[in-house]
Design a protein around this ligand. Structure first.
Ligand code: MN
Length: 283
């Protein structure tokens, strides 16, 4: 199923081009107490709530998807994990344009390690990306977003996919420069996830998905998740050797070649097999 947050933090089920408001189901979640445990409460309880969500959708009136404002399909991740240089052709373009990408980060993924983006950067496509440093180059990075469903540490590769709740389109937006990635990639709105989460049971093989990004109608990035250097299982296993993964944690699995600068007024159109399409405005 496709689960989303939309408009004024309404919970939605997406079906046949319509969004059904299933927010009453949220009352089935435990009431928040301070301090609460780590992890996104909805994602952690999603399996249990799925029948109730389906039931609520049957009683709800649908709204066409182009009439709602999509927020991030994960409300409260404990972290957003980034995977650098995970497609060979992107690694090559980073070497070819060293003046843009700088020499700070070199070597293979394993040598560079993973990085984190601040949770406060997370938005949905309906919120758009707001450039904050107009004098510097900001780029799009179109990626497959993996959403963790089950807590785990030292997860073996053989069990990694059982920890995945679902998938979404991810944009790892970045200001180019020499500072640490966590600084340049954590600007407010520089982590876009959407337009909804497709649950893992609907994706037969996450390593066979075409992904594409166009800016103002011109295709800039086009690739397939099968071309990742480190696959999803390896990413989950590796990340969980360093930190516990919690429900709702997001992995941005790396960008393919074709990253390019965006400017205010641009519109990014993203599509990912099995998930769908989203449009994100730059201001
Ligand atoms: Mn990236």
């Amino acid at each position: 199923v496709k689960i989303c947050w939309f408009d004024d933090h309404r919970l939605g089920l997406v079906e046949d081009g319509q969004v059904f408001d299933v927010s009453p189901v949220l009352e089935m979640l435990e009431q928040p107490r301070y301090p609460r445990g780590r992890g996104d409460l909805l994602i952690a309880n999603l399996e249990r709530l799925r029948p109730l969500i389906a039931q609520a959708a049957r009683q709800a009136r649908g709204a066409p998807i182009d009439t709602v404002r999509f927020l991030s399909p994960v409300a409260q991740p404990t972290k957003i994990i980034g995977v650098p240089v995970n497609y060979l052709k992107h690694a090559q373009e980073a070497i070819d344009q060293i003046e843009v990408f700088t020499k700070r980060h070199q070597g293979s993924i394993r040598e560079q390690g993973l990085f984190l983006k601040a949770n406060s950067a997370l938005v949905g496509p309906g919120e758009g990306v707001k450039l904050r440093l107009p004098d510097r180059r900001s780029d799009h990075e179109m990626e497959l977003g993996v959403i963790i469903g089950k807590q785990g540490s030292d997860i073996p590769e053989s069990e990694a996919l059982s920890h995945v709740a679902g998938y979404a389109i991810a944009l790892d937006m970045v200001v180019r420069g020499s500072e640490d990635r966590s600084f340049r990639k954590s600007i407010d709105t520089y982590a876009v996830l959407g337009p909804w989460m497709v649950t893992a049971d609907e994706i037969a093989d996450p390593a066979k998905l075409n992904l594409r990004l166009a800016v103002n109608g011109e295709v800039r990035q086009s690739s397939n998740t099968g071309l990742m250097i480190l696959n999803i299982q390896e990413q989950i296993a590796w990340a969980s050797q360093f930190y516990t993964l919690y429900p709702g944690d997001i992995i941005m699995t790396g960008t393919c070649e074709g990253v390019s600068q965006v400017r205010p007024g641009d519109v990014m159109q993203c599509s990912l097999d099995g998930v769908g399409e989203m449009t994100v405005a730059i201001s």
